[in-house]
Structure formats: C-alpha cells, structure tokens
Design a protein around this ligand. Sequence first.
Ligand code: SF4
Length: 435
Amino acid sequence: MARHKTEGRATKLIVAGCLVERYRDEIRKNIPEVDAVVGTGELESILEAAGIAPAPAATPSPFNILKGDIAAKAGQESLSGTHKAVESRPEGQLREQQGRFSRDDWQGAAHLLPTYLYDETTPRLLATPRASAYIKIAEGCDHPCTFCVIPNLRGKFRSRRFESVVAEAQQLVARGVQEITLIGQDTTCYGEDLGLKDGLALLLDAVAQIEGLRWLRFLYAYPNRITGRLLETIAKHDNICKYLDVPLQHASPDVLKRMKRGAGADIFLKTLDKVRATVPGIALRTSFIVGFPGESLRDFELLEQFIGEAKFDWLGVFTYSDEEGSRAHALDGKLQKRTIEARKRRLMKLQQSISRRAKQQWVGRTLDLLVEGESEETPMLWEGRTQFHAPEIDGRVFINDFGDQQALEPGCFYRAEITEAHDYDLVARIVSPPL
Ligand code: SF4
C-alpha cells in the first residue's frame, strides 16, 4: 500500500482499525509513507485525516416515523418494558455496575479503551454486493477469554441503540438490500447494557418485520447466551435464516476452564439438542482452537469425539496463536507447532467425512438461492448461497444449469434444485425466474 503512494497511484495512506490500536507508534515509526492512523474509536476523525471537509449535518433518524409501526407489529409483549431502554443512550454501565464480565487487566486502563459507536446517521458506503449488508449492533467484548486480545483493541461491550439499528436496517432495505447480517463480537449479549432482557431476540423480531427483507441472520452467538426466546424468534420468522454460528473453541472442560470460557462437551451437546429441537433443520457452524497451552492428548480426543457426535454443518479449526498481550501468552504447557498442525488436520479430516455424508442429504432439495455471480474458479459456473450459507465463509453452491433462464441476475433470488453434493460444496440447477 505504501508503494501505491510512492508510485503516485494514491495521494494519502491512512491505516485504520485494530492494527492501529495495537501498533500505533510502530506503524508511524516504521512506515513513513503513512499520513495518518485512525484507531477503532476514532472513526469520526477519518475525514480530517484524509484532508476532506466534514460531512454535512446528519439528517434526523427516520425511526421516529417508523417506530410506532414496528412497535405495533412487534406486539405489545415484545416491546413492553423495553421502552425506557429503547430511548436510552447506549453507554449504559449496567453490567459493570453488576460486576459482570470485568477484566482485571482493564483496571486503571479503562480510559484508554475505544468507546466509539456509529449510528444510523453515519454515512456509509456498502462494500458488499448490493443485495447483502452487515449491520454492527454492538462493539467490544467483556468476556475474559484468555487467548483473545479483541477486547483490548475494541473496548468494553456496548450496544447500539435499538431504534438506531432498526432505522439503519430500514434504510438499507430501502436501498435494495435483501439480506442483513447483524454482527458484533458477541451479538447474544446485545442490549444487556441497555437494560434489555433478550435484547437480540427483540431486535430480530423488529428487524424481521421490515417489508422486503428476505434474509436476516446474526453472527456470533456465545454458547451460554442462546436463550429459548432467541431460538423461538428464529423459528417464528420465515425470513430469519435457520443458521447459527456459535464458536465453541473447545469441548474439554479443562481446556475451556483455562480459556476462561467454561462448560464442556456434555453441556454443549444439550444446547445443540435444544437448538435443533426448537429450530428444525437449522444449520450449525462452530469453530475450535487446537493446541491451546496445556491441551493434552486426552483433551484433544475429547474434542474429536465431541465433533463426531455434534455433527456440525460447518466447522472451522484454528491453530492456537500465541498473542502477545493475551493471558494465555503467559500460560505454561505450550505445544509444538507440528503437533498443533497434525491435530488440526485430524479434525478437518473427520469433519470432511461428516460433511460429505450430510451434504448428500441435500441432493433433490429445492431452495431459495441468492445468486452472487460468476464463479471465481471458472466462468463456466456461477455461484450462489442458500439461507444455510453465511456470506464468504461456508461451502459454496455452484450453478451449472440456468434452467429456462437465458441469464441470471447477480443479487437476485431464484428457486434452485440441488443436483450434486461434494465434501463441502453443492451444485444446483435454477428452476424459477427471479423471485
Ligand atoms: S473470543 Fe470472542 S467472546 Fe471471547 S473475548 Fe474474544 S471476542 Fe470476546
């Protein structure tokens, strides 16, 4: 990127995001081409950094017009008792006052943590294809996971105002967005700092009622925060994707304890049973870390056994990364790189056989498919996603037969029949005009 500037293709080089929170001084010192650094909490200074005049004053939130309508549709029960919180600012300190999720290493350094949150009036360019958009509903994280430095870079957990998220969703749908993915480090904590109980379920309930929104999903769920109300809300709305990404990180109680996450295989299996019973057919994604300090062969085998029993639709395995600044960095029992890599390969091989068998069951099913465009692998194929595929992460659906359609329109939904299944990917045939 620095070369873009020295060769004259770019006039400014601005580094923004987590990297700045961590290596602010080093970036400035080692890359003289950098004109400005903008941390996760300094987004509003980006115009100044770029030498651009500030944007005109924001327009009033359209939520005031829409709020009554949504509240009426969501029903008295779901929004009753939340009105005060809905009107409140997001910087609620409720959880902190209750002494929950405090991280020792924040004591004394809280004033250095980023506090920024955007809202529905913040100008935004969509970097995603026209039909899909992400909405960040909360920022930061208060969980104490020992391998993770994200809270140090992103700050304490804070939810965006309920009405701000709904207003942004309205605006996006009005711009032609048909799939919204609500994101945050831990979306299942949404609203706790606003005094909302089951805040994510309430939010999903409200956003799902926006006319024209075909798919709504959220990433990521914390395992012990998956409530009955949340699952019932997913089951209740046709346009809430039957998809849950719940990073479990491990299944051995000992490892999970050292990770400061708690629980274990037995508890997780019960949770998964409950999820599948309440939302039949739901696609489950998770991710694990192998090679966490102190992970014994027994711990690893417990994880392997758990994966064999849980039968996830999608699964990612990460090798432990010894992050400076994380508590795990100081733990003993570090494993050799080749042991960690071998464990990863073993789990991926197991998941491959689970996935291969499961994907075979998809053949013959007819599903709504969001067509994304020509495949990057070959112009002979196109690609799309079903509600069971989150953007950019899960296996792919290749389209090799347009049916009666002369051409397909990227960003449009079609009905498609699954005709072939591979280890992770599927092949489909279009069977309808655009929906
Ligand atoms: S792993 Fe996730 S839940 Fe744990 S501290 Fe990091 S961001 Fe928070």
